[in-house]
Design a protein around this ligand. Structure first.
Ligand code: ZN
Length: 308
C-alpha cells in the first residue's frame, strides 16, 4: 500500500476534444471529452484504486478508512484534485471563490488552482486578469459588454506554468491541454460565455453577481518564481508552494532516492520508469502514501507531483 495506482474518470464537455486519447492513449467516452479526473476523491467522481489489497476501492473510501496512509495532515475532505484538461474550444470566462467566501456561503472549499501547459497550438491563448481598476469600472464594462477591453489575453506554450489563485478571472483558450492541480472543489462562477448557444439554442447560465463579489479588483499580477534544483542529473522544479498545495515537476534521468514525509499525488506526463520497483508510464497517476518512507525512482520520465 506504499503506492496506489488510480483509474482515471473522464468527463464529456461541449468544449472537449480527442487529445486525451491522442496524447495519453486513454479510452475516452466521446470526441468531446474535456476532462480526465486523474486523482479525485470528489463524491460521484472518485478515482478507483487499481493495485494492492485496496484494489477496487475508491480514493474517497481509502481516505476515510485508512487515515494512516495520509499522514498527519488529515482534513475531513480530501484536499486536492488533479485533472488533465483538453480545451478543444474556448472555456467560459470564470472565477472561483476563496475559502472565506466559500465557508460563508455553505460551500465546502474555495478553489485555487494552477496549470502546467502540456500542449498548445501556435498562438493559443488564455484569459488571465482584467483591466478594471475599480469595482464600478468592472461592473460598467460588464454591463456594456466590452469584453475585449475588459479581459486580458496571454499567449501560452507547452511547458508554461500558470498560477490561478481564487479571485483571478481566467479561461483556458482553444487548443490548450493542461494538467491542473487544485483545491478539491466544484464551485465556478461563470462571468462570460462568448454568447454561445448550446444544441437547444440556450445560453449557459452565468453567475455575474457572485463573480463580481469574488473577483480580485484591480487584478494584481503575481510575480511567479519557479526555482529548481538538481539531485544528481535529476531536475526538481518547484512551480508553486502556498497554503493549499505545493506542485513540483520531477524530471527523472537517473536513479533518484529521497525521503517521503507524507503523501504525494503523482502524474506521469512523459516517459516511463519504476517507483519502489513498481512500473509506471506516461498517463499513469498514483498516490505515494505516507507508508512509503523512502522513494527510489528509476527510468526516464517527467512527473508532476502535488501535495498539501
Ligand atoms: Zn477555473
Amino acid at each position: 500500500m506504499d503506492i496506489l495506482f488510480l483509474q482515471p474518470k473522464f468527463q464529456e464537455r461541449i468544449w472537449g476534444g480527442t487529445k486525451l486519447k491522442e496524447v495519453f492513449g486513454y479510452d475516452i467516452p466521446s470526441p468531446h471529452t474535456g476532462e480526465c479526473w486523474a486523482i479525485s476523491a470528489r463524491l460521484g467522481n472518485e478515482s478507483i484504486i487499481k493495485n494492492s489489497s485496496l484494489a477496487g476501492k475508491t480514493l474517497l473510501e481509502v481516505y476515510e478508512q485508512y487515515p494512516e496512509l495520509f499522514g498527519s495532515l488529515h482534513p475531513i475532505h480530501f484536499p486536492l484534485l488533479i485533472k488533465i484538461i483538453d480545451a478543444s474550444s474556448d472555456l467560459s470566462v470564470q472565477v472561483h471563490p476563496n475559502d472565506d467566501y466559500a465557508f460563508d456561503h455553505g460551500i465546502d472549499s474555495g478553489k485555487s488552482e494552477c496549470w502546467i501547459v502540456l500542449a498548445a497550438e501556435e498562438n493559443a491563448s488564455i484569459v488571465y486578469g482584467h483591466t478594471a481598476s475599480t469595482k464600478e469600472e468592472f461592473i460598467q464594462a460588464i454591463n456594456a459588454g466590452v469584453w475585449n477591453d475588459l479581459l486580458v489575453r496571454k499567449t501560452v506554450k507547452a511547458g508554461d506554468f500558470i498560477n490561478v489563485p481564487a479571485g483571478v478571472i481566467h479561461a483556458l483558450g482553444k487548443g490548450i491541454m493542461v494538467l491542473e492541480s487544485q483545491q478539491s472543489s466544484d464551485t465556478t462562477y461563470r462571468l462570460y460565455d462568448y454568447d454561445r448557444l448550446d444544441d437547444q439554442g440556450q445560453k449557459r447560465q452565468l453567475h455575474i453577481k457572485e463573480a463580481i463579489e469574488v473577483s480580485m479588483i484591480p487584478h494584481v499580477e503575481e510575480k511567479v518564481q519557479v526555482p529548481f534544483s538538481y539531485l544528481g542529473r535529476n531536475k526538481i522544479t518547484r512551480y508553486v508552494s502556498n497554503k493549499y498545495f505545493t506542485v513540483e515537476r520531477w524530471d527523472v534521468l537517473e536513479s533518484l532516492t529521497m525521503v517521503n514525509e507524507s503523501y504525494q499525488l503523482v502524474s506521469c506526463i512523459e516517459g516511463s520508469g519504476t517507483i519502489n520497483s513498481q512500473p509506471f508510464q506516461k498517463g499513469d497517476h498514483f498516490v505515494i502514501t505516507s507508508l512509503a518512507k523512502r522513494l527510489r525512482l528509476d527510468g526516464f520520465a517527467s512527473l508532476i507531483v502535488s501535495r498539501v
